[in-house]
Design a protein around this ligand. Structure first.
Ligand SMILES: [Zn+2]
Length: 61
């Protein structure tokens, strides 16, 4: 199920975090790039880790 046109949204709340951060992009990879910095600095998560990346991707809508 891949669509290049579908916009993706990520909210920290969907990870169960007490955070109002929200970001949108045209696809998962672009969205990942945009939220990497935030999750690293604000939540001390490592988006390079496969487990963390999977968790983040699952939270994308
Ligand atoms: Zn956050």
């Amino acid at each position: 199920m891949k669509s290049m046109q579908e916009q993706k949204t990520f909210r920290c709340k969907d990870l169960g975090l007490e955070c109002e951060f929200e970001e949108k992009a045209e696809n998962e990879n672009e969205l990942m790039k945009r939220i990497e910095g935030h999750v690293q600095t604000a939540h001390q998560m490592n988006p390079q880790e496969p487990e963390t990346q999977e968790k983040i991707r699952k939270a994308m809508k």
